[in-house]
Design a protein around this ligand. Structure first.
Ligand code: DCP
Ligand code: MG
Length: 600
């Protein structure tokens, strides 16, 4: 965080310089006031001690006391005006440096890092917590700069200035008035130690609340479908209530602490009136430039000491936010290009799994000791019951995750040795759940290749059997999609993500159940179209329907994370096993159906 402040040192210095000017002006105003009072007192009460002018200045002899007082008044006025001007400048500079500078920069840096983090990070952190970090916690981190670093410098500066001024006025009085300082210090430290864990817990509770909210919004269909609104409201109120109770505790601590410190400074004022008044009466201290200036200084001094408490509060807050922000910033990039990365222009597409094991959780392996060779241009169908590990297997190829043991080689080279961007450019993915952005249809298809021409986009859409329905929209390819593509049907969304993967013409194509959400007729259209798309590419497709499986060069049967059988459809149908068993059930139920799909 210090490095962060240091990288903005120019802005910080400007802020400190401006605050320094403000500080000097307030002391100057106070001095003017004290001197004027002494001049007035000298004129009004004969026999009172002569006024002492600051900086060795003497008013011209012909000036009447009234004229001197008037000049002082004018001086105070001018100081006030200049102060206002500088206060305005300060506000402008703080906004520029902090809100428009540090916050924006930090936010982009966190976002940037998020783009490069592996899936594992996203598995381990909830959406709410990530959103909170980019929005809220970044603010907490910047408060380290404008709520801690700058104020600490200013407090030190002003305390020194006030202290020196007070000591020069009267040493004994200064010591007497500052007797309570150690106590204030002790209280501040105790307070800080007490609230720190509370702030951390607070952020966790807010995360939970946001999670409840995001889940509710995303799952609105399920919530309404099952009539769970009252429970959802109760759940949110519980989460919100927990935040409130916790914040209340922090608030009560702050409310106790601040008045205590203020009471201590009132004690100081009492000492000042008693001891300082006596000094004035004894003639050891002038009234205006002594006692009154001293009182003003002491007030400022106490205000600064109280500010220390606020700073300590900010330190705790910003440290908590920082822990969460820097957890992202410092998260190791588990999956990244090696330093001496092998560049990959266009892969031939030979994939070789060598004793690959993998688990999301090291203790719970999902894939066991897979060995498999896929020739360039082969179409491989992956079958297996739900939870068998099909999606997991696919996600190893673009290195969304790395195997826990074993190796995957592409064209004879370990995936880990390739430049990551190169590798991913060579692999097109159609996910099991399609995700579309709130943008035009064309932009969604061209997501992986923003420079694609309209013709290329159209060709990809045709292959994915999407062109027809897109053209039915009045705005065609320029139709705006809503968030998540919610104004499309499930099958339409799937076809768009298929087009998106095909547009990049990758030598390796991975499709996770691409026709799961379409009717048999459309499935045949897609499969026919894909025939040409798959030509010349290594394709791995998770499939359940026989129509797809028959077209595959190789079928890999996955059971509980292990390969239990490999072969063509004919081969597998000839021997007993899980594949033949499953296929027969499907033929029994869907044979007429399949025909129906073609001829309907
Ligand atoms: N799993 C996990 N963490 C994830 C994803 C999955 O722990 N982020 C677990 C759940 C399953 C196992 O891994 O027990 C395999 O999950 P897959 O998604 O690979 O399973 P399939 O793709 O084969 O299942 P489906 O046909 O339902 O898509
Ligand atoms: Mg899956």
């Amino acid at each position: 965080m210090l490095a962060l402040a240091w990288s903005h040192r120019r802005g910080c210095l400007q802020i400190i310089a401006l605050q320094g000017v403000l500080l000097a002006l307030s002391v100057a105003g106070l001095t003017l006031l004290g001197t004027a009072i002494d001049v007035i007192r000298q004129a009004a009460v004969p026999g009172s001690p002569p006024a002492v002018f600051p900086l060795g200045w003497r008013p011209p002899a012909e000036w009447t006391p009234w004229r001197i007082a008037m000049s002082a008044a004018l001086g105070v006025l001018v100081v006030g005006l200049v102060r206002a001007l500088f206060a305005y400048l300060l506000a402008v500079v703080v906004a520029r440096v902090v809100q428009m500078g540090i916050v924006v920069q930090l936010r982009s840096r966190v976002y940037d890092k998020l783009q490069r983090l592996g899936f594992r990070f996203f598995d381990n952190h909830t959406t709410g917590s990530i959103i909170n970090r980019v929005t809220g916690d970044v603010q907490a981190v910047r408060s380290f700069v404008d709520g801690v670093v700058i104020p600490v410098i200013m407090v030190l500066l002003s305390l020194t200035l006030y202290f020196v001024y007070m000591v020069r006025l009267h040493v004994g009085l200064t010591l007497a008035c500052l007797l309570t300082m150690p106590l204030t210090w002790y209280l501040s430290m105790r307070f800080s130690r007490k609230v720190r864990p509370a702030y951390e817990r607070n952020r966790d509770l807010v995360d939970k609340m946001v999670l409840t909210l995001t889940e509710n919004v995303r799952g609105v269909h399920v919530v309404k479908g099952f009539g769970r609104e009252p429970e959802e409201i109760a759940k949110f109120e519980r989460a919100s209530g927990a935040v409130r109770t916790q914040q209340h505790w922090i608030f009560s601590q702050v409310s106790l602490f601040t008045p205590t410190v203020e009471m201590l400074s009132a004690l100081n004022q009492g000492v000042l009136l008693g001891y300082g008044g006596w000094l004035v009466i004894q003639g050891e201290l002038p009234l205006g430039s002594g006692l009154i200036v001293f009182s003003g200084l002491l007030q400022q001094f106490s205000a600064q000491v109280t500010r220390v408490a606020g700073i300590i509060n900010s330190v705790q807050q910003s440290l908590t936010g920082a822990r969460r922000v820097f957890e992202i910033m410092d998260a190791p990039l588990e999956i990244a290009s090696p330093v001496d990365a092998v560049r990959l222009e266009r892969a031939k597409g030979e994939l070789r799994f060598e004793h690959v094991s993998f688990g999301y959780d090291a203790a719970k392996p999902v894939l066991h000791d897979l060995s498999l060779t896929i020739e360039p241009g082969q179409v491989v169908a992956l079958v297996g019951a739900t939870g068998a590990g099909k999606t997991s297997l696919l996600s190893l190829i673009p290195r969304f995750y790395d195997p826990t043991s074993g190796r995957i080689k592409l064209d004879g080279v370990d995936l880990k040795r390739y430049d990551l961007d190169d590798l991913r450019r060579n692999v097109g993915v159609v996910f099991q759940e399609s995700f579309l952005f709130s943008d035009t249809i064309a932009a969604n298809i061209a997501f992986g290749r923003p420079d694609a021409t309209p013709e290329q986009i159209k060709r990809a859409a045709k292959i994915a059997a999407a062109d027809e329905f897109i053209r039915e929209y009045p705005e065609g390819y320029q139709t705006m999609l809503r968030e998540g593509g919610s104004n499309l049907s499930g099958g339409q969304r799937q076809r768009l993500s298929l087009a998106r993967a095909l547009l990049a013409e990758p030598p390796i194509l991975l499709m996770d159940d691409p026709t799961a959400a379409v009717d048999p007729r459309t499935e045949h259209e897609i499969l026919d179209a894909m025939e040409s798309a798959m030509a010349g590419r290594t394709t791995i497709v998770v499939a359940h329907r026989l129509s797809m499986l028959r077209r595959a060069d190789l079928i890999v049967v996955l059971q509980d994370g292990a390969i239990v059988d490999v072969g063509t459809h004919e081969e597998l149908m000839r021997r007993p096993g899980p594949y033949r068993h499953a296929a027969r059930i499907q033929v029994d139920f869907s044979a007429p159906d399949e025909r129906l799909g073609v001829s309907a």
